[in-house]
Design a protein around this ligand. Structure first.
Ligand code: PMV
Length: 314
């Protein structure tokens, strides 16, 4: 009988380019290595595969689950890919990541589950296969996702992403510190993406210009990160936020978080993910981290995480 196996997958933040990435413009995203989803699989006396989703307080019997159950579908795709029979096992998933907050919790669950199940069956799936499999499951949550979430989480590396093109990884010139502040407002990516589509259809010229500007910011932000130019990156994050406001995907609570972070000395801040709720990110120098954290708390953040992109935490 196989031994128990544990695997995990990181969360992610989009640094620049959400929404415009759906329309073919570039975006950049980085994994958040210290906020992860964990999956553990072990032999079970009951026949078949059971998935226990701790955070959702759900237990799923894979063979009885409907086709649109994302967890069961992830397991089925792994079994199909490996040509393997369902093992008699229990697979438990548990996440550090907030749900519906723009940190890729759905994609992280699929990647962690797929890594654990395939390893239990004696195979390790490469990043491109994990990403493709996760994209199929993401469609259940999001309709027609651009593919950025599954890519950055499966590759677990900084990604310069253009839809339907092979992802490019890039290097971080100097590690930088980000604060991630949760507004406590859940938002539906599907609903926000569909609102943007309606606005784009109603005002195509205006929205195409917004998307072009955001795409140019994403490309410039990649160069700034590669060169370790933090000040320039901060300015680009601020500009990206202003364009997201014009796109209609921000809300006053997110704007208040962005403004308070900048007033407390952040180099730049913006909403991240689909908007209408979820998270704000702020780029901070280490000596401003405490002040910006306090300002974000005062402005209503319900939870704040610190992560160092490209280097070890202090
Ligand atoms: O809210 P999230 O983290 O799932 O991010 C969605 C990013 C969008 O660009 C708004 C949609 C997409 O499919 O890329």
């Amino acid at each position: 009988m196989p031994e128990a196996v544990e695997r995990s997958a990181p969360g992610k933040i989009i640094l620049c380019g959400e929404h415009s990435v759906v329309y073919g413009r570039p975006a950049i995203a980085v994994p958040v290595s210290d906020l992860r989803t964990h999956a553990r699989i072990e032999p079970d006396a009951q026949p078949g595969l059971r998935i226990v989703a701790r955070d959702l307080r759900q237990t799923i019997i894979v063979r009885d689950a409907p086709p649109l159950d994302a967890l069961a579908q992830a397991a089925r795709l792994v079994l199909e890919r490996l040509g393997a029979a369902e093992p008699d096992a229990v697979l438990t998933v548990q996440s550090d990541l907030p749900i519906a907050a723009g940190m890729g919790s759905g994609a992280a669950v699929t990647v962690a589950l797929a890594r654990a199940l395939s390893a239990y069956l004696g195979a390790e799936l490469p990043a491109d296969e994990l990403s493709a499999l996760t994209y199929e499951v993401e469609k259940i949550h999001h309709g027609t996702p651009s593919g950025i979430d599954n890519t950055v989480i499966a590759w677990e590396a900084p990604i310069y992403f253009v839809k339907e093109q092979p992802p490019e990884t890039f290097t971080i010139g100097e590690p930088f510190d980000m604060l991630i502040a949760n507004s406590g407002i859940a938002s539906s990516t599907l609903a926000v993406v569909s609102n943007v589509r309606q606005q784009w259809l109603a005002h195509p010229e205006f929205y195409n210009i917004l998307f072009d500007c955001v795409g140019a910011i994403a490309t410039a932000a990649r160069a700034a990160i590669e060169q370790g130019a933090r000040q320039a990156l901060g300015t680009l994050l601020n500009e990206n936020h202003e364009l997201l406001v014009r796109m209609g995907v921000s809300i006053p609570q997110l704007n208040a978080l962005v403004q308070s972070a900048c007033q407390a000395g952040a180099l730049g801040a913006k909403l991240t993910g689909s908007g209408q709720g979820g998270n704000v990110i702020a780029l901070v120098k280490p000596d401003r981290r405490a002040a910006v954290t306090a300002a974000l708390q005062d402005a209503g953040a319900v939870k704040i995480w610190h992560t160092r992109i490209g280097g070890p935490r202090d």
